[in-house]
Write a protein that binds this ligand. Structure first.
Ligand SMILES: Cc1cc2nc3c(=O)[nH]c(=O)nc-3n(C[C@H](O)[C@H](O)[C@H](O)COP(=O)(O)OP(=O)(O)OC[C@H]3O[C@@H](n4cnc5c(N)ncnc54)[C@H](O)[C@@H]3O)c2cc1C
Length: 300
């Protein structure tokens, strides 16, 4: 398909062709997209979805790429990027509304500036509000489901919806967004007045804890595996003697065994093989089945 001429007269924000998706993921892995669009308004988002649907172009949404393994062949059709291009944020009383592309960290800091508390625990998750809502991301005992009041979303035909927390079917690293194939446009969080002025210190404490335990200077997608019932992936991997274990550029982090890192130029295929290899060793030695938390997307 001649994407350049197809999109040439459209006003969808920024339209880019043949972008390497490794530049859009924290693992630094992933082949090219045919088209990548950075919409800048809700209207552009809706128009793009309707246009792609009308032209039979598949749309794949990505946020800040911090939970993604993109295949080496990349993504066919249109990648809809919701990151810095779509990150408006506002506060109304104790409610904070953030567009999908907003960093969780920026949302947490904005809350603190507005004397609101509640987002400190999740402030270090390096994802977008949209990705975090979809994944029901969480840290230090708090998940998106504990804060989220409502979600504004679209389906891939361009129809708009508003959901309450109850309607979102939040569960461990999962939500309605995946079940019903939806795109988060914005989310509203119910926060509390920071009467005792404690939020800043809490924020700093969680930031320091994360930096001391996680290899934040390395290319990773965070915890590669979900937490298995009855144990922890990092503990099991460590007990199997895999701390620092590497094949080529894929390695179990020395600092945190739940993180698999890309030491240089690992391909998606190599990373996938390595992840399966680690999971197989853990299964053989402990009987625990590790399930990937990271989402695999793109042409196989
Ligand atoms: C160093 C590090 C630490 C991490 N720590 C944590 C942690 O403590 N807790 C935790 O839960 N996670 C953690 N993660 C994982 C990751 O940050 C979260 O899963 C985050 O919510 C993903 O957001 P994202 O914008 O990067 O999504 P992406 O990686 O871009 O996408 C992830 C999935 O969400 C979908 N998605 C993204 N945006 C939208 C949208 N607007 N609408 C619908 N679907 C969308 C994508 O299609 C994809 O399936 C960590 C990752 C790293 C690299």
């Amino acid at each position: 398909m001649d994407y350049k001429s197809l999109y040439k007269d459209e006003d969808f924000g920024e339209i880019l062709f043949n972008q390497l998706l490794k530049d859009y993921t924290t693992w630094g892995i992933g082949g090219p997209s045919d088209v990548l669009v950075k919409v800048k308004s809700k209207e552009q988002l809706q128009n793009l979805l309707q246009f792609n649907h009308k032209n039979n172009i598949p749309t794949t949404v990505i946020g800040r790429g911090s939970n993604l393994l993109v295949t080496d062949k990349g993504i066919r059709g249109c990648v809809l990027l919701l990151a810095d291009n779509y990150d408006f944020i506002s506060v109304d009383g104790n409610k904070l509304t953030a567009y999908a592309g907003c960093k969780l960290n920026s949302a947490a800091l904005f809350a603190i500036e507005n004397f609101l508390t509640g987002m400190e625990e999740i402030s270090g998750i390096p994802g977008s509000v949209g990705g975090a809502v979809a994944m029901n991301a969480g840290a230090y005992g708090k998940e998106i489901k504990d804060l989220c009041l409502s979600v504004n979303a679209f389906d891939y035909f361009g129809n708009e919806y508003n959901f309450t927390n109850d309607q979102m079917n939040f569960s461990y690293r999962h939500s309605k967004i995946f079940d019903d194939n939806l795109i988060v446009s914005s989310a509203t969080f119910n926060l509390t007045y920071d009467e005792n002025n404690e939020a800043k210190a809490k924020y700093e404490d969680y930031t320091n804890r994360r930096a001391s335990k996680q290899p934040l200077d390395k290319k990773s997608a965070g915890s590669t595996f979900k937490r298995p019932e009855g144990s922890y992936a990092s503990k099991l991997i460590d007990e199997c003697g895999l701390r620092g274990y590497a094949v080529g550029d894929c390695a179990v982090s020395q600092k945190h065994c739940g993180f698999i890192i890309n030491k240089g130029n690992a391909t998606s295929e190599e990373m996938l093989k390595f992840i399966d290899h680690v999971a197989n060793i853990v299964y053989e030695k402990t009987g625990f089945k590790l399930e990937r938390e990271v989402k695999l997307i793109g042409e196989k």
